[in-house]
Design a protein around this ligand. Structure first.
Ligand code: 5RP
Length: 222
């Protein structure tokens, strides 16, 4: 089975976590795109969606799936029923790194507004320690050099993502070479630096359930 076939299987499996009549949070990336395409088949069974990026909102609308702004959604319900999204890496504690597509901040916000985070990945995303995939940090442009300096002091090799602006109008610094042994501690530490909007460690907002695609089928990690 190819990597894309494994992604397709988990995207389809995630449909069983969609709560009928509810507002569903939808992630960003190639696996999330497959989920969006599958969700389109049951668009009449959900109330609406909240998208974690402009690109996801556009794809949902292209399928005729209703998309609400998060603030609008939270005037109708106390929370979204479920957030479904991919990840760049996950560890045994269901901590994630995300933001390969640069949507980490909105992803974290929508995840925080949801009752449950179902993460959909192929088996290549499973790691012993987070950090082999460069850690994205969304930064207010004025703080670029400050965050680069802090990242170097942490032993990382920070690289500005050239020519990229987030949906929130900020920059991304990808920090290479981190061996993340304390995901929660590093998430908190980086987020405490003035000018950091958020970083791509999802420990506070880790997955509740991971659906992992393997060559022999979908494994559910709870
Ligand atoms: C986007 C993300 C994605 O979930 C992550 O990059 C995984 O993407 P893909 O499903 O394409 O492998 O965090 O910001």
């Amino acid at each position: 089975m190819t990597q894309d076939e494994m992604k397709q299987k988990v995207a389809e499996a995630a449909l069983s976590y969609v709560v009928e009549g509810s507002i569903v949070g939808v992630g960003t990336g190639s696996t999330a795109n497959m989920f969006i395409d599958a969700l389109a088949g049951m668009k009449d069974k959900i109330k609406a969606t909240v998208a974690s990026s402009e690109v996801t909102a556009e794809r949902l609308r292209g399928h005729g799936v209703p998309v609400l702004d998060l603030n609008e959604a939270l005037t109708q319900v106390d929370s979204l029923s479920v957030y479904i999204d991919g990840a760049d890496e996950f560890d045994a504690g269901k901590n994630l790194t995300k933001g390969g597509g640069g949507a980490l901040t909105r992803e974290k916000i929508v995840a925080a507004a949801s009752d449950k985070f179902v993460c959909i990945v192929d088996e290549s995303k499973k790691v012993d320690a987070l950090g082999a995939f460069p850690l994205p940090v969304e930064v207010i442009p004025m703080a670029c050099e400050l965050v680069i300096s802090v990242s170097k002091n942490l032993g990382g090799n920070p690289v500005l993502r050239e020519g990229f602006t987030t949906d929130n109008g900020n920059i991304i610094i990808d920090v290479h070479g981190l061996n993340i042994t304390d995901a929660r501690g590093l998430e908190d530490h980086l987020n405490s630096v003035p000018g950091v909007v958020t970083n791509g460690i999802f420990s506070h907002q880790g997955a509740d359930i991971i659906l992992m695609g393997t060559p022999v089928g979908v494994e559910t990690i709870v």
